[in-house]
Design a protein around this ligand. Structure first.
Ligand SMILES: [Ca+2]
Ligand SMILES: [Ca+2]
Length: 97
């Protein structure tokens, strides 16, 4: 359940990005939380989005990876990632990458 909550936060992060105060107060961006909570997603994110190859996922890199993950996961394209879609996407990533 914790993962789903984290993902929901990521989903909300994009439309809320116009409000800098909300994100500025967070020590760790929601996008980064998503990957820190799930090693499958972290490995995937590092493989494709660690642009400076320091084996660390900086907030900007996490944002890019989270955006791509949402694209992969949101199978019905309604802009939200359900628990089921999250699991499907995780399995897809685990099997393919
Ligand atoms: Ca990096
Ligand atoms: Ca969806």
């Amino acid at each position: 359940m914790i993962r789903v909550i984290a993902l929901a936060m990521v989903g909300l992060a994009a439309p809320l990005s116009a409000q800098p105060a909300a994100t500025a107060l967070k020590p760790t961006p929601a996008a980064l939380n998503l990957f820190e909570r799930d090693w499958v997603l972290m490995n995937w994110a590092l493989k494709f989005y660690d642009k400076d190859r320091d084996i660390l996922l900086e907030p900007a890199e996490a944002e890019a990876a989270a955006t791509e993950f949402r694209k992969i996961a949101d199978a019905d394209g309604d802009g939200r990632v359900t628990t089921y879609e999250y699991r499907q996407a995780r399995e897809f990533i685990l099997a393919r990458y």
